[in-house]
Design a protein around this ligand. Structure first.
Ligand code: SF4
Length: 648
C-alpha cells in the first residue's frame, strides 16, 4: 500500500496499444467514469473483474460497488480487467504492471484489490493479474507495501481453492460490506498501521463477516477427507457469516452506470428488481445463497430506470433478478414501463422467465416497443421425473400451452434450456428432451399453420455447487456426459421432419468437470490452479483458451502426494458425515435442511416456493430475524407522465 504519489502508466502503455487487438478496451474514459484525486482520499479500492472487458464491464456487482464506494469522499474506486494474451506479452516485455482503466495507475498501488468472482474458471486469470501487478502470488509473502487482496461474488462462497492467494473473502451482498472494510482500513492507516498486515486482517476477521483463510487451519484424515477446520487465533469466529442487504430501496444502485466504449456482452441499463429466490431449484447455487427474497419497490424501479436511461443514453432496459417474472408487481412494472416509453425507442427485456401463460402476456408487453425475437424458457430437466428431482416444477402440458400462446402471439423462435448430468439421470431422461422439442415444433406449426417455426435446445453440463442440496452429489463423468449428449443429438437429427427446425447447442463435459473440481475443491486444489497458470493457463472460461489436458495433467501431478485426484473431487458422492471445505462459511442455510432436501431429491419429492406457502425452515430468515420481503404494494411506477416527444 503506497501513500506517495503514483504516476499514470499511460505514457508507457499507449505506444503498445496499436500493436494489440481491441485496444479501445484498455483506454478508459467511459461516460460516467469517476476520476478522483489520488492524494485527496484515504482509502483506495481497485475493483477487478478477472475476465476481458467485454464480459466484465457489464457486471452488475462491480457497477454497484464502483458507485457506492466513489460516493464517499474519502474513498476512490477504480476498475481493472484481465488483459488479453497479446497485451500481456507486451506488458511483460516492457515491465509494465497490471493497471486500472480510470487513471492507468498500477493495481499494486491500491490499498484494497477486490476481485469479483462469477465463475471458477476465472481463477487462473486472478493469479495472472496478481503476477502482472507485481503482487506476490501467495498471501504469506505479501508485505505492507501490497494491497489487501479480497474476493467476493458467488464463487467466493467456497474460496478454499484460492486460500493461498487471497487475503480475505467476503460472502454475500457487497454494498455495506465494502464500506465497512474501507472504514477498518482507514482507521488502521490513520493509527499508523499498528501490527502491520496481520493486524488489519485480524480486525477484518473479527467482524465475523470477512473470511481470512490464514487464520484457519485445515486438518485432513488419512483417506484425504477433511477432519476439521478451526481458527488458529483468538478473536476469530468459528463460522463466517454472509452479508445481506435488507433494504434494496435504500440502495438504488447503479444510478449512472458506465457506458462501454468497446463492444460488450450487454449494452443496456439493468435494474435489479429483486434479490434472492425461494423457488428452491436444487441445482441453483445463486438461488440458495441469495435468500431471502427482497423485492425492490415498483416506485424505486421506476425512478432507477428513469435516472439510469437519462444518465447513460442507453435504449434498452433489463429487469434483472434470478426469476424476474416472480416479482409480485411485474405485470404493472412491465405495463407501466412500456406505456411510459411508448414513443421512445426503449425496449425492455426480462432475462429469465418462468414457464406459464402469464409470461406470454408479460413478454408481449415487454416487446411492445421493441423486437419480438425469441422467448427463452428453462425447464432444465427433460423428463417430469428429472424435474421432480431438481425441484423445477414445470408441467409439460403447461409448457406446451405456453409455447402455443407464444407462437400464436407472433413469436417464431423458442429457446429451451436444459442440463445434462443431473443426479439420478438416465439416458431416457435426456432423450425426453428430443420428444419435448418435437412437441414444441408440432405445436408451433399447428398454431400458425406454417413450417417456419424454430426451437433451439441449449444444454449445459450440470456442476454440483457448494451450499446447495446437490453439494453431496457425484458429478457425471465426461465420457458419459458426452455419450448422452451425442445420443440426444442423434435422436433430434434422425427425424427429418424436425431436424431443420430444432437447433441444438451444447458444450462437451470437459470444462464442466474442471469447474466441478474448482467449485468443490479445498486448499489442496490451489496447487493445481497455480500449476495450470504457470503452464500458461489463462481465460479458461473461453473454449479457445481452455485446455482440459493441461488441467488433468497438473491435477494428477499436484494431487498425487495426497492420494487423491480429479475424480475424487468431482464424481465422488459425499456422505452426511463428511466435513465439506466450506462448512465453516455460513450462507444462512441450515445444513440439516440442505441434507433433507437432498434426500427429498433422491425420493423425487418436490418442495413448494416458500413465498406462497408456510416457511420450510431453511434457516435464512430465522438467522437474519426477518421475513421474505414481497408486495404487492398497490403503488404505481412513477408520478412522471408518459414520454411524448411529439408534445415536446
Ligand atoms: S427461512 Fe423459510 S421463508 Fe425464509 S427463505 Fe427459508 S424457507 Fe423461505
Amino acid at each position: 500500500m503506497t501513500t506517495h504519489a503514483v504516476e499514470s502508466l499511460f505514457p508507457r502503455l499507449e505506444p503498445l496499444l496499436s500493436e494489440v487487438s481491441k485496444p479501445v478496451q484498455y483506454i478508459g474514459g467511459e461516460q460516467n467514469a469517476v476520476v478522483k484525486d489520488w492524494d485527496a482520499v484515504q482509502v483506495r479500492w481497485c475493483l477487478m473483474y478477472p475476465d476481458a472487458y467485454e464480459i466484465g464491464q457489464p457486471n452488475q456487482g462491480v457497477a454497484i460497488l464502483y458507485e457506492v464506494l466513489n460516493e464517499i469522499d474519502w474513498i476512490l474506486a477504480e476498475r481493472s480487467y484481465a488483459v488479453w494474451p497479446d497485451l500481456e506479452a507486451k506488458l511483460r516485455e516492457h515491465g509494465i504492471p497490471q493497471f486500472t482503466l480510470e487513471t492507468h495507475r498500477p493495481v499494486g498501488a491500491f490499498d484494497l484489490l477486490g476481485f469479483s468472482l462469477s465463475t471458477e474458471l476465472g481463477y487462473t486469470n486472478l493469479l495472472n493479474a496478481l503476477d502482472l501487478a507485481g503482487i506476490p502470488l501467495h498471501s504469506a509473502e505479501r508485505t505492507e507495501e501490497h494491497p489487501i487482496v479480497l474476493v467476493g461474488g458467488h464463487a467466493a462462497f467456497n474460496p478454499e481453492p484460492l486460500a493461498d492467494f487471497i487475503d480475505a473473502a467476503v460472502l454475500g451482498d457487497g454494498e455495506e460490506a465494502s464500506l465497512r472494510i474501507a472504514d477498518i482500513v482507514r482507521e488502521w492507516k490513520a493509527e499508523g498501521r499498528p501490527g502491520g498486515r496481520d493486524e488489519v486482517l485480524l480486525r477484518l476477521a473479527a467482524t465475523g463477516g470477512v473470511y481470512v483463510p490464514r487464520f484457519y487451519d485445515v486438518d485432513y484424515l488419512e483417506d484425504g477427507r477433511i477432519r476439521r477446520v478451526a481458527p488458529n487465533r483468538s478473536g476469530v469466529p468459528f463460522r463466517v457469516t454472509k452479508h445481506t442487504l435488507m433494504d434494496l430501496n435504500a440502495w438504488p444502485y447503479p444510478k449512472q452506470p458506465l457506458v462501454p466504449l468497446a463492444e460488450t456482452v450487454h449494452e443496456r441499463y439493468s435494474v435489479e428488481i429483486f434479490r434472492g429466490c425461494t423457488r428452491g431449484c436444487r441445482f441453483c447455487q445463486a438461488g440458495m445463497i441469495t435468500r431471502p427474497v427482497r423485492e425492490r419497490s415498483i416506485e424505486t424501479i421506476g425512478s432507477m430506470v428513469e435516472q439510469g436511461l437519462r444518465a447513460t443514453g442507453l435504449e434498452e432496459v433489463g429487469l434483472l433478478s434470478l426469476s424476474s417474472a416472480d416479482h409480485t408487481e411485474i405485470g404493472e412494472v412491465a405495463k407501466q414501463l412500456a406505456d411510459r416509453y411508448e414513443d421512445e425507442f426503449v425496449s425492455l427485456s426480462l432475462p429469465s422467465t418462468r414457464v406459464d401463460a402469464f409470461n406470454i402476456d408479460l413478454a408481449n408487453e415487454l416487446s411492445r416497443n421493441g423486437r419480438r425475437s425469441g422467448l427463452t424458457f428453462a425447464p432444465e430437466g427433460g423428463s417430469e421425473r428429472m424435474r421432480r428431482v431438481i425441484n423445477k416444477t414445470v408441467d409439460e402440458d403447461d409448457l406446451i400451452r405456453t409455447v402455443a400462446t407464444a407462437y400464436k402471439s407472433g413469436w417464431r423462435q423458442v429457446k429451451l434450456y436444459f442440463m445434462c448430468g443431473l443426479p439420478t439421470e438416465t439416458d431416457e431422461d435426456v432423450l425426453a428432451i428430443a420428444d419435448l422439442a418435437k412437441r414444441v415444433i408440432d405445436t408451433g406449426r399447428a398454431e400458425t399453420g406454417t413450417r417456419d417455426i424454430r426451437c433451439t435446445v441449449s444444454i449445459g453440463g450440470f456442476v454440483p455447487k457448494p451450499h446447495t442440496p446437490f453439494q453431496w452429489a457425484g458429478q457425471l463423468d465426461v465420457e458419459t456426459t458426452d455419450a448422452r449428449l451425442q445420443k440426444l443429438k442423434d435422436a433430434i437429427r434422425a427425424d427429418k421432419k424436425y431436424a431443420r427446425a430444432i437447433g441444438f447447442r451444447y458444450h462437451d463435459g470437459k470444462p464442466g468437470l474442471i469447474e466441478g473440481l474448482l467449485s468443490r475443491g479445498d486448499r489442496r486444489v490451489g496447487r493445481v490452479i497455480e500449476a495450470v497458470w504457470r503452464d500458461g493457463g489463462r481465460f479458461d472460461g473461453w473454449s479457445e483458451h481452455f485446455s482440459f489436458d493441461r488441467w488433468i495433467t497438473c491435477a494428477t501431478r499436484e494431487l498425487a502426494e495426497f492420494g487423491i485426484d480429479t475424480d475424487w473431487y468431482t464424481t465422488r458422492e459425499r456422505d452426511y458425515d463428511e466435513v465439506l471445505p466450506w462448512d465453516h462459511l455460513d450462507s444462512g442455510l441450515d445444513r440439516e435442511w440442505l441434507w433433507e432436501d437432498w434426500q427429498d431429491a433422491l425420493d423425487e419429492i418436490e418442495v413448494d416456493d416458500c413465498r406462497w406457502t408456510p416457511c420450510f425452515d431453511c434457516g435464512v430468515c430465522q438467522q437474519l430475524d426477518t421475513e421474505i420481503q414481497i408486495g404487492p404494494t398497490g403503488k404505481t411506477l412513477l408520478p412522471i407522465p408518459q414520454v411524448r416527444p411529439d408534445l415536446g
